[in-house]
Ligand binder design. Sequence first.
Ligand SMILES: Cc1cc2nc3c(=O)[nH]c(=O)nc-3n(C[C@H](O)[C@H](O)[C@H](O)COP(=O)(O)OP(=O)(O)OC[C@H]3O[C@@H](n4cnc5c(N)ncnc54)[C@H](O)[C@@H]3O)c2cc1C
Length: 234
Amino acid sequence: MAKAPDCKGRIVEVRWLAPDVLELDVEMVEPAELHFEAGQWVSIPFGPKTVRPYTIASPPSERRIFRLCADVTPGGIGSRFLRGLKPGDELAFYSPLGNLTLIRGSSAEVVLVAEEIGIVPFRSILLGEAERGFPRRMRLYYAAPRRELLIYHEEFEELARRHSGFGYAPILEEADPGWAGGPDDLLKVLARELPDLGGREALICGGGEMVKACRELFMGRGMERRAIRYEKFW
Ligand SMILES: Cc1cc2nc3c(=O)[nH]c(=O)nc-3n(C[C@H](O)[C@H](O)[C@H](O)COP(=O)(O)OP(=O)(O)OC[C@H]3O[C@@H](n4cnc5c(N)ncnc54)[C@H](O)[C@@H]3O)c2cc1C
């Protein structure tokens, strides 16, 4: 039999960031605080062999109430469950895991690449780094088809305005008259802007095809295999 979830929380707020993207604020019940590294995820069980991982969107300094963010478009068991949650509901989950985290002790510049909801771990990482004044230089490339799916866009613009150590490159894949610069393609932008990646590190998150293509591009541009951490959300 599967081990019982070791954490319990209570939903305190549900917000919709787009028609199919929701944010959940979860207050810890057991244990009283959640300890994690920025970029890690918790798992929600749906039966003895079925779990869905969801990444923590808030920084590790926020231990009493943490935030999840999910795109519920897939419509499977995980999406349906999250869609139905409301304030006061209890949430049982397994404690944080995962290594889409910054390499400890390194001071190398980091390239972050997010496709759609793959942005979630980077919100936690970037807010955590902002609290420390961005000791390492970072640049985020973040692509989504439409403006409404570029969640947290204003927050990243504000971070880039306030911190010279953080650069932000949002990419819209579909035409939008209100968007300066026109539609573009994530991999083409990366290929254009990053000719030499020797000595840098990368964190990549999104769909499996993009992650694979991005790793190949980065290694072809001189980045070491072990300098790249990634997570395939789908
Ligand atoms: C380590 C890890 C962390 C994750 N963190 C998050 C997170 O923070 N937020 C989040 O929304 N999801 C996250 N996911 C995805 C999540 O765990 C579920 O797979 C997703 O919610 C779909 O579950 P479901 O039961 O609704 O649909 P399923 O029945 O499991 O999936 C139906 C189909 O949709 C595909 N799919 C899943 N997600 C997407 C997507 N975003 N876009 C397109 N196709 C997709 C699946 O590959 C599958 O083919 C994460 C996945 C992993 C592996």
